[in-house]
Ligand binder design. Structure first.
Ligand code: KDG
Ligand code: MG
Length: 426
């Protein structure tokens, strides 16, 4: 019995028998669904005159309702009557046609439309998205999870639990002595969620203490687990370029898979200095929205992994463009995959990952069981890898009846201040 047979919410899989793409698929409705099964998600559903529909993720953590308004007020009305087959033209209309380009709100709204249209095309043709992209380059996708602890001992144990689950790559974050609420130290093991209150929680940051502490974590991890596990770490935009260079150098003996977001992401020039000083591989881009945000980093080969993903960077149409550009310069992909990216983004990203020739790794933070129930899907985890689904489209649906039982809950991301009270980057 297939997943679709057993799951009453599974999308129909036989649209292609009746539809195909030989005649227009006219968009008749575009609706935004906000639901909070454990955390907030914004989903766009596009329906067509032939019954086939598609869904796209538009979630922007802590700023969800801004994208809801952008879609409802400015995008949904202009989609009605358009031909859903014209994905590229619709993308260009929403990007060029807005006049005000780029930014997280605009690009998430565009991503939601784009992914919903790809979903419709896949269903109409009876093809999973990886087939539409050019077919799989690999059958399974290596993922990394987040191991967190309030001190080094706890993080070392948490990494061990990921290894037991079969993970070959693990991000390790630890609390820093003297700092309350260091970045990445979450509550709950597999469902880390930083957006924790209706107004931002204040955290304290001290880069000197952090720089002195983090190498000790990785030393212990290598002592405990040896050279095999791929280890990652996220600096979450906290350092100056020189501090980042120092951290990269001090972590070199521990052979990191990557060091992520060491400086605030908008400063592309900073990476020239960092790169001159360290051979630790660098990843950046989870907050990037377009190819323009990463153009210099990529073509000057200042990074090793680009973290842009489906929902953040304008959907499959634009992420594919970024990935192709990155491939020219030997930069590999490492899509953002924290829990604020809905299962719709995860399902779509896995089709992209299965295809993209310059694949590096995929982040995978598990969603809660409530989230998984609201978004039935056919991708799965198997011993450190994700297996993309084979259903037509991206293979993720939304159970609207269940979604309605989880109303929106205002939640914002924390903020960080230095020990003297100065506002810093969270
Ligand atoms: O919403 C913010 C999170 O997505 C971010 O803090 C997670 O940095 C992150 C990561 O690498 O997953
Ligand atoms: Mg990150």
């Amino acid at each position: 019995m297939s997943a679709a047979d057993s799951d009453p919410n599974a999308p129909e899989t036989d649209w292609s028998d009746r539809i195909g793409v030989s005649r227009p698929l006219v968009i008749t409705a575009a609706r935004v669904i906000v639901t909070s099964p454990g955390r907030n998600f914004v989903t766009l559903k596009i329906e067509t005159d032939q019954g086939v529909y598609g869904i796209g993720d538009a979630t922007l953590n802590g700023r969800e309702l801004s994208v809801v308004a952008y879609l409802n007020e400015h995008i949904c009305p202009l989609l009605i009557g358009r031909d859903a087959r014209r994905i590229e033209d619709t993308w260009q209309l929403l990007y060029r046609g807005a006049y005000w380009r780029r930014g997280p709100v605009t690009m998430r709204a565009i991503a939601a439309v784009d992914v919903a249209l790809w979903d419709i095309k896949g269903k109409a043709l009876g093809a999973p998205l990886h087939e539409l992209l050019g077919g799989k380059s690999r059958d399974r996708v290596m993922v990394y999870g987040h191991a967190n602890g309030s001190d080094i001992g706890e993080t070392v144990d948490a990494v061990g639990r990921y290894i037991d689950l079969g993970y070959q790559a693990i991000r390790a974050q630890t609390g820093v002595p003297g700092l309350v609420n260091a970045y990445g130290v979450g509550r709950g093991e597999l469902h880390y969620e930083p957006a924790d209150a209706s107004l931002p929680t204040e955290t304290v940051w001290d880069t000197r203490r952090y720089l002195a502490h983090v190498p000790k974590l990785f030393e212990r991890l290598r002592d405990t687990y040896g050279p095999e596990p791929r280890l990652l770490h996220d600096g979450h935009h906290r350092m100056t370029p020189l501090e980042a260079a120092q951290l990269g150098k001090s972590l070199e003996p521990f052979d990191l898979f990557w060091l992520e977001d060491v400086t605030p992401a908008e400063n592309q020039e900073a990476f020239r200095l960092i790169r001159q000083h360290t051979t630790t591989p660098l990843a950046v881009g989870e907050v990037f929205n377009t190819i323009w945000d990463c153009k210099d980093l990529i073509q000057e080969q200042l990074i090793d992994y680009i973290r842009a993903t489906i929902v953040g960077a304008g959907g499959l149409t634009h992420l594919r463009r970024i990935a192709d550009f990155a491939s020219v310069w030997g930069v590999r992909t490492g899509c953002h995959g924290a829990t604020d990216l809905s299962p719709v983004t995860m399902g779509t990203a896995l089709h992209f990952d299965a295809w993209v020739p310059n694949f590096g790794i995929q982040e995978y933070m598990r969603h809660t069981p409530e989230t998984d129930e609201v978004f039935p899907h056919d991708y799965r985890f198997e011993a450190g890898f994700m297996i993309p689904g084979e259903r037509p489209g991206h293979g993720v649906d939304i159970d609207e009846t269940l979604a309605a039982r989880f109303p929106y809950v205002p939640r914002q991301l924390p903020v960080a201040r230095l020990t003297d009270g100065t506002m810093w980057n969270w």
